[in-house]
Design a protein around this ligand. Structure first.
Ligand SMILES: Nc1ncnc2c1ncn2[C@@H]1O[C@H](COP(=O)(O)OP(=O)(O)O)[C@@H](O)[C@H]1O
Ligand SMILES: [Mg+2]
Length: 265
């Protein structure tokens, strides 16, 4: 079994206030190797928490997560993470940012070769001696992707990686990511708020609901790539997902409104 979430639950405890919050209680999911899986769902349903648990940054409070039948208990280079804000080192140049995590893994020469290979893949070879502040947001995100890939993880975890980029850059990076995915055959778990982005990229979309967080739909997409925005099948699928999400979002709004204190006369 590649990646398995076995009836996974997560509860956050607030020791000071002596309260607890159960994000989800029973997520059950099997992910195949080389799959591109997207997660869509209203804010707060637990997408980031789930990715952090797979990364080993958050512990599981119920059930187990296994990769290659090994229980995940802590972070490992086998699981690379890319966040919405690329967490790069401002005092290092592009190449040294990519080299940094490789230093403990490979001899210097091999690390350099690996860094150069992935710099080329994200088309940043010319910028390898630039500092991070000299790059645009999209270029910084490409450095972060190259850095994660250079560790040769089995799984790439991406939490809204294009969320803070402008529409055009986002489009270009989506295509770039697909190209990289096809080349490297990585398994990608991708969180996004964009239904179109999920439909364009994924083999499979896991739609989540909230309060409690749970899987409300697990959709396989067999459409050939590249998938065009005006393709009828793409449009139909996007509408279907939109109506699933609308139900969830309306539920949250209703709850929030009913929790609001009514003004007294
Ligand atoms: N470290 C934490 N401590 C307490 N509650 C948390 C923590 N991290 C996330 N949560 C809560 O868990 C829920 C899910 O959060 P998150 O995984 O960030 O959702 P999403 O990424 O889907 O928007 C939210 O209600 C959030 O407030
Ligand atoms: Mg999140």
């Amino acid at each position: 079994m590649f990646l398995q979430l076995n009836h996974v639950g997560k509860t956050f405890l607030d020791k000071q206030k002596q309260t607890s919050y159960e994000v989800f209680s029973d997520l059950h999911l099997t992910i195949q190797e080389n799959q591109f899986v997207s997660f869509l769902g209203p804010s707060g349903c637990g997408k980031s928490t789930l990715l952090s648990m797979i990364a080993g940054l958050e512990h599981t409070t119920k059930g187990a997560i296994t990769l290659h039948d090994q229980m995940i208990t802590k972070p490992s280079p086998d699981r690379g993470m890319v966040f919405q804000q690329p967490a790069l080192f401002p005092w290092l140049d592009v190449k040294d940012n990519i080299m940094f995590p490789l230093k403990n893994k490979l001899p210097k020469e091999a690390a350099e070769k690996q860094a150069d290979h992935f710099l080329k893949m994200v088309q940043l070879s010319k910028f390898k001696h630039h500092y991070i502040y000299e790059l645009s947001g999209g270029m910084q995100q490409r450095v972060a992707i190259a850095r994660a890939l250079a560790m040769d993880p089995s799984v790439l975890l991406m939490d809204e990686p294009f969320g803070s980029l402008d529409e055009q850059t986002r489009y270009i990076l989506q295509d770039k990511l697909l190209e990289i995915w096809q080349k490297t055959k990585k398994t990608i778990l991708f969180v996004t708020h964009s239904i179109h982005e999920a439909v364009k990229l994924s083999d499979r979309i896991v739609v989540m609901g909230t309060r409690p967080g749970r899987i409300i739909s697990d959709i396989s997409i067999n459409l050939p790539r590249p998938r065009k925005r005006d393709d009828q099948k793409v449009i139909t699928l996007e509408k279907e997902i939109m109506s699933l999400l609308k139900i969830e979002i309306n539920k949250v709004l209703k709850e929030e409104l009913s929790n609001e204190v009514q003004p007294s006369n």
